[in-house]
Write a protein that binds this ligand. Sequence first.
Ligand code: ZN
Ligand code: ZN
Length: 356
Amino acid sequence: MLAALLYGQEDLRLETVEDPTPEAGEVVVRVGVATTCGTDLKVWRRGGHARMLKPPTLFGHEAAGEIVAIGQDITTWKVGDRVVANNSAPCLSCFFCKKEEYSLCQNLLFNNGTFAEYLRIPAPIVQHNLLPLPDGLPYALASMTEPLACVLHGVARSNVKPGDRVVVLGDGAIGLMFVAALASGQGEWHSSQVPKGEQPFSQVFLFGGSEQRLQLGEKLGAAKTFHYRQIEDVPALVRELTDGWGADVVIEATGIPSAWELAIACARPGATVNLFGGCPRETSITVNTERLHYSELTLKGVFHNTPTYVRAALNLLASRALPFELLISQQQPLTELGQVFEAMKQRQVVKVAIVP
Ligand SMILES: [Zn+2]
Ligand SMILES: [Zn+2]
């Protein structure tokens, strides 16, 4: 089969490799659509990832498709089933899993290789994070289950309350998904407090660097959007927008240390700051101790997703309650993957649906 392999920094090659065959407990999926992701761009530019992969390796982690082969001991799936597989599964037996902190699982198994004709799904993912697609849900939409699961996990851990004023820093696919989930209250799928009527769940202010993406942010429910390069003092503007206090909740979705510091600076006393974008290795930030203490800030890192949010994400996509299809800028064949990554680097596209 044709597959993309990552060899190192900006070194992605299309090669012919052997078709995968399923071992016991595994299935093989013919990839219908694999979506590109900001994490892919980051990993491609950095030439690796601390947790997810080590080159040379098959590449890509978001996909939906159809089961074409099943291994021994598979009884609940059959050839022809339309499915989406999360890119990871927790072990459910380690110290953290026993505490239900699944994103901290010490044996979190990552699966890569969606930019290919076929994708092997390891047994733990088949067991815990392989889901059937509802009829009529297109592969391109279903393929976004993984990133949306991360976002719903992030929203649920951000202490958002109805009517809150939330700042989102970053207009990539993740930042835009945060806008959609927060403005609609859909991310609070477990909460009964979603206000009825016209009022959005939270008032979201989106800061980004691309006019086109900021417009998408408005379509997805942002109350106001701002091009950060045109603003001299972002925290001062946020205070202006919030009666002088600062944001109730700040979501950082860029993975840049200076943006982490900016996120903290936008927060009101008592706020929760969700530092969601993973930064380059060995980087650090400075936090003012007085502000952290006397303003009672909650600074939290939120990483990845858990099986609960994988299911919630697929349900939300299937409900068609929010226009997530807007995040897919174009569809391209696998053979164009190199050009697609160049276009991502130039920030010309948000997500691209790769069709093998
Ligand atoms: Zn992703
Ligand atoms: Zn575990």
